[in-house]
Design a protein around this ligand. Structure first.
Ligand code: ASN
Length: 339
């Protein structure tokens, strides 16, 4: 008689979900209420109970890092989150991470982690536009897709990924593009990296910009990040906001300029003064698409750095991390070409 075939049990990947708050953990008085709810009201256990299907895909453990609306995200939670992810991913028995987050600053946290996580294992960040209590809440399917992605070998080495509305976006290029709709996360300039097909992640593209294990940034000894302010330019801009940034101890200024990062002539003197004091000034644009490129104006001669396709809020993060290494504008300019 033939020997019985040994049932080979394939071990499921181990995924840790770190919850930070947001609408995905939001609770409203009724299932038709889509706004005016309390963000960050439900704990990680309640979120995961809504999606028992994740346990077929992976061994899932949840941890609560914070429970806030992401409009109130801060350096302290960022550093706690990054350090915890680095600690978890250093363990051989952790295969991937999912972070639940509010959508308002999700693109910022994603890019920050993209630059400071020291592992090529998958890190996926998600949120929701409808509270967990809403009819057709988008959180549960985003959680299921995210666990599939974090458990997938294909997601390795691609930087931090955003898994919302059946699309995969990369942390560097993703933006929240709509205040209310569930298809708000797009990479308008450079496009999606892939899609979910029946929950299975399928990649079509990868970023060529450096991230995770290839960056020079290390948060392990940081307890705070340098202050960098964003100044939004407009008609009749007069440079007072730049003066205020300097007076309040900014180490860097991101100027969200008009057009291709243009600066109002009345605001120029305050920014030149800031640069003379050793504050690094980055020119970015308030226009949602297109790069901010070098300029023949006196701006480049004053040492202002141009942000490329990073929007002001992402340029701010790269400048914060750059300033942990140097305050030489030329070296920071090199970083803007690589990351
Ligand atoms: N959809 C959301 O998650 C918005 C919420 N204000 C947050 O960012 O926490």
């Amino acid at each position: 008689a033939e020997a019985p075939v040994q049932q080979q049990k394939v071990a499921k990947p181990n995924v840790v979900i770190l919850a930070t708050g947001g609408t995905i953990a939001g609770s409203a008085a009724s299932n038709t209420q889509m706004t005016g709810y309390k963000a960050g009201a439900l704990g990680i256990d309640v979120l995961l109970q809504a999606v028992p299907e994740i346990h077929k895909v992976a061994n899932v453990k949840g941890e609560q890092i914070s429970n806030i609306g992401s409009e109130s995200m801060n350096n302290k939670i960022w550093l706690k989150l990054a350090k915890r992810i680095n600690e978890l991913l250093a363990k051989p028995d952790v295969d991937g991470i999912v972070i639940t987050h509010g959508t308002d600053t999700l693109e910022e946290t994603a890019y920050f982690l993209n630059l400071v996580i020291k592992s090529d294992k998958p890190v996926v960040i998600i949120g929701a536009m409808r509270p967990a209590t809403a009819i057709s809440a988008d959180g549960p399917v985003n959680i299921l897709n995210a666990v599939n992605l974090a458990a997938s070998k294909d997601a390795k080495g691609r930087g931090v990924l955003i898994a919302m509305n059946d699309n995969i976006n990369g942390a560097r290029d993703v933006q929240k593009t709509n205040t209310l709709r569930v298809d708000t996360f797009q990479s308008p300039e450079l496009g999606y990296l892939g899609y979910f097909e029946n929950g299975r992640p399928v990649f079509y593209k990868a970023t060529t910009r450096k991230h995770t294990i290839d960056t020079e940034f290390d948060v392990s000894n940081l307890n705070d990040l340098p202050r960098v302010d964003i100044i939004y330019s407009h008609v009749n801009d007069d440079g007072r906001m730049a003066e205020a940034a300097v007076a309040n101890g900014a180490k860097g200024i991101v100027h969200a300029g008009t057009g291709n990062g243009s600066i109002h002539e009345a605001a120029e003197p305050a920014l030149y003064d800031a640069a003379k004091k050793g504050i690094v000034v980055v020119r970015s644009a308030r226009v949602p698409n297109g790069p901010t490129i070098e300029s023949t104006a006196a701006w480049d001669k004053a040492g202002f750095v141009h942000a490329g396709t990073l929007n002001p809020q992402k340029a701010r993060i790269l400048l914060q991390l750059g300033l942990t290494k140097t305050n030489d504008p030329q070296k920071i300019s090199e970083m803007f070409k690589q990351y």
